[in-house]
Ligand binder design. Sequence first.
Ligand code: HEC
Ligand code: HEC
Length: 204
Amino acid sequence: MKKLITIIFLSLFSLTLQAGDVEAGKKAYATCANCHGSNGEGNATLNAPSLGGQHDWYLKRHLGYFMNRVRGFEKGDTFGNQMAPMALTLIDETGIDNVVAYINTLPAADAPATIQGNVDNGKALYGNCAACHGANGEGNDALNAPKLAGQHDWYLARQLKYYKSGTRGNNPNDTYGATMVGMAALLADDQAINDVVSYINTLQ
Ligand code: HEC
Ligand code: HEC
């Protein structure tokens, strides 16, 4: 079974992003909109991050991760666990390509700040992050680093805590998450997380 999952996983990710069918993706997105919002703006009450403006390859990779149990199944990952069955509604790689093509048409997110940290200290800490996520938090295709600017701060903070606690990035198939486990370890405590996230809030 494990071998089969690995084969499915590898075949899914050895393929590059195909141009999806936006209309089919729009239909599939009706389910997603319940939590992520009809414009992909996210929903704080439902703990759902924004999706609008995120890189298509990142969205695709993570929908595959949720589908293939690479993300959302570690101990303590309550919210990832809510998301995982939703990815299964997309059925297969074509379904993922279609919904991602539709998400690509949604406006870039610009979430309101809710976390107040020390922005100056956060700026200094972000010096460690910019090499991969970009000086403006725009992400980097070649380094597989997602866009951070515009994302909800509570979501960013929670993910950083997850990487630190081993709730995210620990699955043996989660190569990119493993990179982030090392990076999150550079943030000493919750205060440092709030500081860096407050600085990310200032990026466009
Ligand atoms: C029941 C609510 C719910 C529904 C419906 C839902 N999601 Fe999610 N989604 C979440 C939550 C909560 C998270 C955050 C998981 C975490 O903290 O790791 C999430 C995370 C994600 C992520 C990861 C974003 C990132 O920056 O890492 C993607 C991509 C995503 N969802 C896409 C979708 C798509 C596409 C659909 C429709 C097929 C969908 N979601 C349906 C609740 C939902
Ligand atoms: C060596 C490159 C690298 C560095 C440096 C780095 N990251 Fe990342 N980061 C990544 C990659 C790759 C991912 C995607 C991981 C995955 O797929 O789970 C990521 C994911 C994230 C996520 C999850 C975003 C989401 O939508 O779920 C957050 C938050 C994040 N990084 C914040 C930071 C912060 C803050 C720093 C600095 C302390 C940092 N990163 C430094 C490469 C890096």
